[in-house]
Structure formats: C-alpha cells, structure tokens
Ligand binder design. Sequence first.
Ligand code: SF4
Ligand code: SF4
Length: 273
Amino acid sequence: MEEIRTGVYICHCGLNIAGTVDVGEVVDYVGTLPHVVVSRDYRYMCSDPGQDLIKNDIKDLNLNRIVVASCSPRMHELTFRKTVENGGLNPYLYEHANIREHCSWVHSDRKLATSKAKDLLRAAVMRVYYHEPLVVREVPLNPNVLVIGGGIAGMQAALSIANGQQNVYLVERDPSIGGHMAQLDRTFPTLDCSECILTPKMSDVGQHPYIQLLAYSEVEEISGSIGSFKVKIRKKARYVDVSKCVGCGDCSRYCPVRYVPQVDGRGNGSEEA
Ligand code: SF4
Ligand code: SF4
C-alpha cells in the first residue's frame, strides 16, 4: 500500500471559528497525528488563496489525503472536493470536519470547544486514511414516482409531479381518495368549504394521464434503492367489474358496511357494520 500523506487545513472563518476555538492549539495537535504531513490554518479556507494552499501542498508535499475543518459540509464539501480534484487528486480522498456548526457556533467554553475540535479532527484524520479513490458512474434511473396515501397532501404531491409529465402511482388503502379532509366541513384558517377544495383535485387525479390511481390497495413490500425501487402492491378485491362501473352508487344501498360520519378529536372517522 502507498504511504498515506495527509494534509489538514483548519479554517478560522474570521472569528466564527477562531473566536471560540483556539485554532493554533488545534493545528499543533493535528500535526502530531499519524500520517499528517502538514497541518495549517487560514482565515478563509474557501477563498482562492485558501484553496491554492491546498493545491500547492498536494504538488509540493506529495499529499494523497486531504482534510479540511471548517463549516458544514452542506456549504463547502463540494468546493473542497473540487479543489482536491483540481490539485490532481481523486476528489474522494477527502474528508470534511465541521468545526463551525458542530463546535464553535454551539459552544461558548473556549477550552471545551477547542477540545471538541481536536476530537473531530482526529476522527477525520483517522477516517480519511481508509478512503479509496472512487469513480463516478452513471446508471439508468426509473423516474416513475410512487405516492403513498391519497389524502389532500398525497393528491397534491401526485398532481404537482404528474403536471411535470412524470408517471405517478398513487396508492390509497381506502376505497376512495380524499382522506380526512373529506370528513371536514371547513378548513382552517380561511374556513373554506373543504369539499370545494377537495373534489376538483379528486377529479383531476382520476383523469390525469400521468397518474395511475390504485385505490383500495396497500403497499406490501418495498425493496431496492433510489432509482430502482421494487414495490409490491396488493389490490383488494372489488367484487364488481370496475371497467363497467359508472359510479352511480346504487350498490352502496346493499352494502352491509355503514360509514358513521363522525370524527374524533384527531379527525379520524370510523366504520361500523
Ligand atoms: S470555508 Fe466555511 S468556515 Fe471557512 S471561511 Fe469559508 S464559509 Fe467560513
Ligand atoms: S351499482 Fe353503480 S356504483 Fe355500484 S358497481 Fe354498479 S355501476 Fe358501480
């Protein structure tokens, strides 16, 4: 295995980090960790001069692992991966430590914040040791969408997605979509008639060319991962020929199940035979 040569860069973020964390002490500590060849600090690591520091060190010191301790990875992990790539390294030989949101911003005791920053850095240095170069590859994705639950939220989600010309499977366990909102008279805060909001959406869902409505059905199994989920859905028996049903409702007179139009404090209705 090649010799692991790690460079660690600790950002002050002005006083955002340096105001609470003793950056100099952290730099010295990190310099003593195994495989760390260089440990530096800089006022603003995400600036061009900050990124140049890393790129130059990769070349000059033959670094093959990089750690940056700064803000949240949501903010700048990609920035520094790109820096590492531009410096000639695989971008995944990089580890990010968040010593701003997870440390300086949430602690006021300088001693403890400094000690926590050292812990976060030690973990990052140990972790990056095991990183391997990764290659981005593209795989085909199934863009179809499954929405579970045909209440107002599920219907609106299905309509918004379907209006973007994506196929949507909308699964509802009850015989009809509508959910709890169908049991309400008015809705807060405008006191609009809930049926007036609901029924046009129910109709849109039923007629939308990109929505396949699976009412009176339940999701039994989900496997796979993003882009290639496999979902098993059980369609409950209808006891009528759905293709011939015109929705006249006459059969409901003979149905032994009666719906009690009452809602409890949580908006739940109930059925009784
Ligand atoms: S890298 Fe993050 S923590 Fe450092 S200066 Fe930029 S925004 Fe601030
Ligand atoms: S009676 Fe009307 S609602 Fe019931 S199954 Fe026949 S067509 Fe459909």
